[in-house]
Write a protein that binds this ligand. Structure first.
Ligand code: KG4
Length: 339
């Protein structure tokens, strides 16, 4: 029996989870409301909040899993990429936990963990995991990548954004409309009662499988500026249609390249991961591609879309099976690729 305690603290969510033999026993996440009034994550405040949250979050994760800390086989933690001060809290906690219980430590790449979230089993009979090789669209506030997943620890970037991430496009355009932060979920909610074909925004012409979202953001901004000159209430009176049209444009851009990559690489097993995978329009687009293109799709549970420790614990589980441990001298890294 292998029991992994996962720790995630890369940005503004403090999370701890317990996975036993690949099956989820608990996944506790503490968010940080302190950033809301600043319209974005403030790194120093994030580290301080992690320090306050980490002990109670781990305590709750062990309690919900109904295990004692002595039953943990190894502690897996996010080494990076992320905010250095935030990562330091999780890394230091993992070092203390591992040393006190004399159990191994496992370092986890946060981006790989998002992809491996698809391997979390809800119970021992859950067999809905992807088969290698598969493609994963990783879309979050900091990333938009198409990843070829060849094995648990062998991933290759096929395409990625050359400027803004998809989540950033949602958030920045939402900010222009005064919808608060993070704007992605608000755009999603308003889009449900809007007309996605009402407004057209520019789509990028980038070679290969790469993405670009900065042009969309600019075209959205200029469009609103011009309309507001004619009607000061333009945003308020049209926000549902604006959100629906913006969301459709972002999804079209994402799906077009993903479709091309899947076709060229002759892969029909396709997954989506990261914060933006919570988007209802993107989920519906995946379902549609599954019907029309015969894709076998993998859409994560909502709890595994944003940052969570369950994905860290499952990644740790597979590294444990492969004897991939790290020493106490390990340091976090702010930047690192998925490959
Ligand atoms: O993976 P994630 O939690 O962490 C970061 O990369 O920071 O992703 C957060 C991103 C934000 O940009 C947020 O607006 C976006 O995911 N997001 C959404 C939705 N839920 C979260 N975007 C569109 N629709 C949603 N329902």
């Amino acid at each position: 029996m292998i029991t992994i305690l996962g720790i995630e603290s890369s940005c503004d969510d403090t999370s701890a989870a317990v996975i036993r033999d690949g099956v989820i026993l608990s996944n506790v996440i503490a968010g940080q409301a302190v950033h809301e009034r600043y319209g974005g994550v403030v790194p120093e405040l994030a580290s301080r909040a992690h320090q306050q949250n980490i002990i109670p979050v781990v305590h709750d994760a062990l309690k919900q899993a109904a295990i004692t800390k002595e039953e943990v086989s190894a502690v897996a933690f996010t080494r990076g990429p992320g905010l250095l001060g935030s990562l330091l809290v999780g890394t230091s906690f993992a070092k203390g936990f591992s040393s006190a219980l004399d159990i191994p430590m496992i370092e986890i790449n946060h981006l790989q963990a998002h992809v491996l979230a698809h391997f979390i089993k809800e119970d021992a009979n859950d067999t809905n995991q992807p088969e290698f090789p598969f493609l994963c669209l990783l879309v979050s506030g900091g990333n938009s990548q198409i990843i070829l997943v060849k094995a648990y620890d062998d991933m290759e970037i096929v395409g990625q954004t050359i400027d803004d991430a998809a989540g950033e496009a949602f958030d920045k355009c939402a900010k222009v409309m005064g919808l608060g932060y993070p704007g992605g979920p608000v755009v999603d909610r308003l889009a449900k009662s809007g007309n996605p074909d009402r407004f057209q925004f520019s789509k990028p012409h980038i070679a290969g499988y790469d993405y670009s979202f900065s042009g969309l953001k600019t075209s959205f901004l200029y469009f609103l500026r011009d309309e507001l000159k004619k009607d000061a209430g333009f945003i308020e009176n049209n926000k549902e249609d604006l959100c629906a049209s913006l969301q459709k444009t972002i999804i079209d851009i994402l799906m077009d390249k993903l479709h091309r990559a899947a076709k060229d690489l002759q892969i029909r097993e396709v997954a989506v991961a990261g914060g933006v995978s919570a988007n209802s329009g993107l989920r519906a687009a995946f379902e549609e591609y599954s019907r029309r293109q015969g894709w076998k799709i993998h859409i994560p549970k909502f709890a595994y879309t944003t940052d969570n420790a369950a994905m860290v614990a499952i990644s740790g589980y597979y590294k444990y099976l492969d004897n991939q441990f790290c020493g106490p001298d390990v340091v976090p890294y702010a930047r690192v690729s998925i490959g």
